[in-house]
Design a protein around this ligand. Structure first.
Ligand SMILES: [Mn+2]
Length: 316
């Protein structure tokens, strides 16, 4: 770690231009880790990296500190070249979207990530799949390198943890709680930060609640299936996580399938399970994911996918 940090510091010092990106359609960890790192570099090296994104940033994240500093790839000249490109929380190459051209054009790539990936983009990698959020790895670097922080950085690192652990519901290792505890000691206010995320648009919440109300139940109530047609999908903003959470709270429900008509003949499938692995089902639809949270995107009609999903669960 010490040697890697020395290289990181040297690369930042020598770079005239630095860009930072997370994955396409950034989530809380991706966005907040990128912004935290931007501010860390600004504060400690007196340089201003540019944070570039592709896709949609959910409205929920509108009040995140420094949110306005993020620039869409559309506003960056196609042939832009950076001395240093830092990728955070990106997952795999194909998750970068339109950013990829800038990364491939840059002189040196550093990656900081907690996703499993067998095709690394970085030359210098700070990867750790044991971490609950990428911001934890950034926080490790901050502490090891004794970088200065400020309130914005502390809040951003904490928000990344809050969002990636679903408000600490998905914590599997104690180290994320230890990091959160240190961040609280450093000035993070949990109540303030959790409330800052209560920022969805009314139409999104109304579609989410309508989708929950219209859900169907199969297999004696063990499987809940919710569908969102294209008109409602446009109002969704995000992945419909709340729909799956609410349905998953119902007594007896073990599996939740959310089917979203992203466009005509393109259905996004999100699957959740309490205990039994459902990634095999996602794989049978050409997708993948974790044991209890997986998904796929298929070219078919909403009705067909609906019927096929129910059959797939019944045949499990
Ligand atoms: Mn993450």
């Amino acid at each position: 770690m010490k040697k890697k940090i020395e290289i990181l510091i040297e690369k930042i010092k020598n770079a005239k231009t630095i860009a930072i990106s997370g994955h396409k359609n950034p989530d809380g960890d991706s966005l907040c880790s990128a912004l935290a790192l931007m501010k860390i570099i600004e504060l400690n090296f007196k340089k201003k990296p540019v944070v570039i994104h592709d896709g949609n940033i959910p409205k929920e994240l509108d009040n995140v500190p420094l949110r306005k500093e993020v620039i869409s790839h559309n506003h960056i000249p196609e042939d832009s070249k950076y001395d240093l490109y830092i990728l955070v929380d990106y997952g795999t190459k194909k998750n970068l979207g339109a950013i990829i051209k800038f990364v491939e054009n840059s002189d040196f790539v550093i990656e900081i990530d907690h996703h499993y990936n067998d095709e690394l983009m970085g030359i210098l990698c700070f990867d750790n799949t044991e971490k609950a959020a990428t911001s934890q790895i950034i926080y490790d670097i901050v502490r090891d390198a004794k970088f200065q922080t400020n309130q914005e950085i502390i809040n951003l690192l904490t928000l990344a943890i809050i969002t990636d652990t679903g408000n600490f519901k998905f914590v599997r290792h104690s180290d994320v709680l230890k990091d959160a505890a240190q961040l609280v000691d450093a000035g993070a206010n949990m109540t303030y930060l959790v409330n800052l995320l209560n920022n969805k648009s009314k139409k999104t919440v109304l579609v989410e609640s309508k989708t929950v109300s219209n859900a169907e139940f199969f297999m004696k109530g063990r499987l809940a299936v919710a569908t969102i047609n294209h008109d409602d999908y446009k109002k969704l903003d995000g992945r419909g996580e709340l729909v799956m959470q609410l349905l998953g709270q119902i007594h007896g429900v073990e599996y939740v399938a959310l089917l979203k008509e992203q466009k005509e003949n393109q259905i996004g499938i999100s699957l959740r399970s309490r205990k039994i692995p459902i990634n095999k089902i996602a794989e049978s639809f050409g997708g993948g994911g974790h044991l209890c949270a997986a998904g796929a995107v298929v070219s078919d009609s909403l009705q067909n996918v609906h019927d096929k999903i129910i059959n797939a669960f019944k045949g499990m």
